[in-house]
Design a protein around this ligand. Structure first.
Ligand SMILES: Cc1cn([C@H]2C[C@H](O)[C@@H](COP(=O)(O)OP(=O)(O)O[C@H]3O[C@H](C)C(=O)[C@H](O)[C@H]3O)O2)c(=O)[nH]c1=O
Length: 191
């Protein structure tokens, strides 16, 4: 029962597809295996899971990341409905710094994204009552939690639907200041 790991335009980000075993009852699929992930170069020693439930299609959450010294990697999948998921590489040392990736995560397919530390994540729901399931390699650190605006012209992110719901934090955040970002990121790496 193998998972399929596909590279993406962001260094270290994988799009992961399931290989379900189907029979007359339906199907069964493995969604995470530390050994299989390790064989694909991913240290997926999970310590925390979370779930996000979203009432209305068009709901947008993100773009969120954690400042170093956090090393949180995330495995994200849609477990109900469908979401348009976007990633943004905010690691100044990365060969794909400021690159973006978008993937539709569909609960009917069970596909997932592996998101390394320093890559911002956000999604917009495509149908009502969509749910997103997260597995993390590090416990949440509110003090290191950060975000950039999903509508910041610096990144050119576009979203398929009019935004129907957005937190104040995500709506009112400052526009991207790259020099300040580099400085804060470098300071975090030294801690
Ligand atoms: C993320 C998180 C949040 N919280 C608390 C903090 C707030 O009191 C409440 C809601 O948090 P927030 O509004 O930041 O939730 P989202 O906007 O869905 O944030 C998430 O959305 C984007 C798309 C992500 O990729 C991250 O998983 C995460 O940042 O849960 C926790 O206690 N633990 C957690 O791991």
């Amino acid at each position: 029962m193998s998972l399929v790991f596909e590279p993406t335009a962001i260094d270290g980000v994988r799009h992961i597809r399931l290989a379900p075993m189907a029979d007359e009852r339906g199907s069964f699929a493995r969604t995470w295996c530390r050994e299989t992930f390790a064989a694909n170069g991913l240290d997926a020693a999970m310590v925390q899971t979370s779930t996000s439930f979203n009432v209305r299609a068009g709901t947008l959450r993100g773009m969120h990341f954690a400042w170093p010294p956090a090393t949180e990697c995330k495995l994200v999948r849609c477990t109900r409905g469908r979401v348009f998921d976007q990633l943004l590489d905010l690691r100044p040392e990365s060969p794909t710094y400021l690159a973006t990736v978008s993937v539709t995560l569909d609960s009917a397919l069970g596909n997932a994204l592996w998101i390394p530390r320093g890559v911002a994540h956000g999604f917009q729901t495509l149908v009502d009552d969509s749910e997103v399931f997260y597995m993390m390699t590090e416990a949440y650190r509110g003090d290191l939690s950060a975000g950039v605006r999903a509508d910041d012209p610096a990144f050119g992110l576009t979203w398929p639907l009019p935004v129907s719901a957005l937190s104040d934090r995500d709506r009112d955040g400052p526009l991207f200041d790259e020099a300040a970002h580099r400085q804060r990121y470098a300071a975090g790496l030294e801690r």
